[in-house]
Write a protein that binds this ligand. Sequence first.
Ligand code: NAD
Length: 257
Amino acid sequence: MRLKDKVALITGAGSGIGRESALLFSAEGAKVVVVDVVDAAGNETVSMIGKNGGEACYVHADVSKAADCENMVKVAEQSFGKLNVLFNNAGIMHGDDDNAMTTEEKVWDLTMNVNLKGVFLGCKYGIPALQRAGGGSIINTASFVALLGAATPQIAYTASKGGVLAMTRELAMIHARQNIRVNALCPGPLRTKLLMDFLNTEAKKQRRLVHIPMGRFGEAKEMAQAALFLASDESSYMTGASFVVDGGITAAYVTPE
Ligand code: NAD
């Protein structure tokens, strides 16, 4: 078991990457703190883990709120005695996020608050807990759009993920000698609710698919496998890295036919 005796907190664990990671981390021996704003979905993840014989609890927390983040870490320590893995994964892609001229300020602010401030707040309250545990691993979900510009605009989302990547590097430097590793997971386009709601027509899906060398969207399960590596001691010499799992999209100049 690759996460035996570890306690992992995962935000956005009611769906997509977060849920698949919660299930996989549990199967690999971790006790999991499932965090989301959609209580039914978060509780469903917990019961799925329970049915598989694992241990998990649900905490309602909006990652853009300091008091919620402080509480989710408190619950982790109270429930399972410590925190070893902090997976700042929750994120949104707003349907009205467009180019700089058309994106409303409130869409910008909301996106930044969840996607960027949410990672900051997770770390603000999570890092002291990792220090109390003698170290640990932080995984921040960024995106391939932190590395590449897209002509199908989502300006606030892209800027927020660029911030996550930059913040990850700095966090990694600050805590490198405290046995705390900090890495960013950069997924490519995935077949999860977040992207499929945004690419809501077949034409939009095809517009994105032509750029993916593998010719398909990625699966949340494939991201969970990457997150498991970053969470486990197998990645013990890795910090400050951008772990790109993207079907080849960032390597492409011209995609194969
Ligand atoms: P998803 O929509 O399936 O899951 C996201 C989860 O986060 C949901 O359960 C949602 O309720 C929760 N959430 C939303 N706002 C929250 C908040 N304020 N506080 C706590 N929880 C909140 O999406 P996903 O595809 O699994 O995305 C997970 C992460 O991966 C996000 O950060 C996303 O930006 C990133 N990502 C996704 C893709 C993709 O193509 N789907 C690509 C690159 C990066």
